[in-house]
Design a protein around this ligand. Structure first.
Ligand SMILES: C[S@@+](CC[C@H](N)C(=O)[O-])C[C@H]1O[C@@H](n2cnc3c(N)ncnc32)[C@H](O)[C@@H]1O
Length: 305
């Protein structure tokens, strides 16, 4: 999605609007975005930002209309308009965040990812998953060692930095090429692919791994059915599937106002039993903070029966 309308005046007003939005001057921002739309009515970004300003003004119905225009003008979904509409209570949440949206988000975020996650969000998903894997090995009586591990949504390689002393070889995939460059630099992976989690799992052979991990990835994927089914095929009997989720209550999975998906404990338990896993560990554990507050989460280590 273009970051320019192609019209200098519209671009400049858009920048002013973005500044006003950042300062919580929602009225000023909405006015400027409306002016931009008059000049460049086909520019999806202006409609999206108008929706954000209207939401700030306490006008969800107006925001949903503006986001709806953005969604129609952005069929790739890179701007995440459909997520905003669903998160604001109108329409069904998509089964996962659009691939283009995730790719753009993390390509942009990658250069400051490690520092921001560690320092601002106190991210500790990989450490919590590693210690839960160790516990699962004790519980299931298997050696704390893996021959062929897969890291789904590997990002810059923070999970491999924890796991590498416990694996013979580790492969990873991620939708974001810039995140994958970071993982490459870590030197901890045998092979890395720019790929969607589901496509990547489908490309793997039956019983070809003894450990599959996904740290803080399912916040971008709501419906985990296909992933559990494919993991059950890829993980060999006795192998582990280790992941974290943001914990939700009530619905099996839901999209929150932070545009992240949450999953219930009951949903993880149902999928585990349906796809031939036993639960070795299913801990309440927060992997990161949001605006200084711990985000409720679950760390799951499933053992392939
Ligand atoms: C919060 S980061 C976590 C990265 C890494 N696992 C870690 O713990 O540091 C989420 C990562 O998941 C990736 N991701 C999200 N949805 C994905 C999908 N459907 N397929 C592949 N990667 C995905 C993003 O590109 C991003 O790098």
């Amino acid at each position: 999605m273009s970051s320019s309308s192609g019209d200098l005046l519209a671009d400049r007003r858009y920048e002013w609007g973005a500044g006003a939005l950042k300062d919580h001057d929602f009225e000023g921002a909405a006015d400027l975005f409306q002016q931009v739309i008059e000049i460049a009515p086909q520019w999806a970004a202006a409609h999206l930002s108008l929706g954000d300003a209207l939401m700030g003004l306490g006008d969800p119905a107006g925001a949903q209309i503006a986001w709806g225009h953005a969604a129609r003008l952005d069929p790739s979904g890179v701007l995440g308009a459909a997520l905003k509409i669903a998160a604001s209570g109108a329409g069904r949440a998509p089964a996962s965040a659009p691939r283009e949206y995730v790719r753009a988000l993390f390509d942009e975020y990658a250069p400051r990812f490690d520092q921001h996650l560690r320092e601002k969000l106190s991210y500790r998903g990989p450490e919590l998953i590693l210690s839960a894997i160790e516990r699962a090995c004790q519980i299931t009586g298997r050696e704390f060692w893996f021959d062929r591990a897969l890291d789904l949504g590997c990002g810059t390689g923070l999970m491999a930095a924890q796991l590498w002393k416990r694996v013979d070889s580790m492969n990873g995939c991620d939708l974001s090429p810039v995140m994958i460059e970071g993982a490459q630099l870590s030197g901890k992976y045998s092979n890395l692919s720019v790929a969607d989690v589901c496509d990547y799992l489908v490309s793997q052979g039956e019983n070809s791994s003894d450990l599959v991990v996904a740290a803080d990835v399912f916040v971008y994927i709501g419906d985990l059915e296909h992933i559990l089914a494919e993991s059950a095929r890829v993980v060999e009997p006795g192998g582990l599937f280790a992941f974290s989720v943001q914990r939700g209550e009530g619905a099996e999975w839901s999209l929150g106002p932070d545009l992240r998906y949450a999953h219930s404990r009951a949903y993880i338990a149902r999928l585990a039993s349906e796809y031939g896993f036993t639960i070795a560990v299913l801990d309440d554990a927060s992997t990161r903070k949001d605006a200084g507050v711990e985000v409720p989460g679950l760390v799951a280590i499933l053992s392939r029966a």
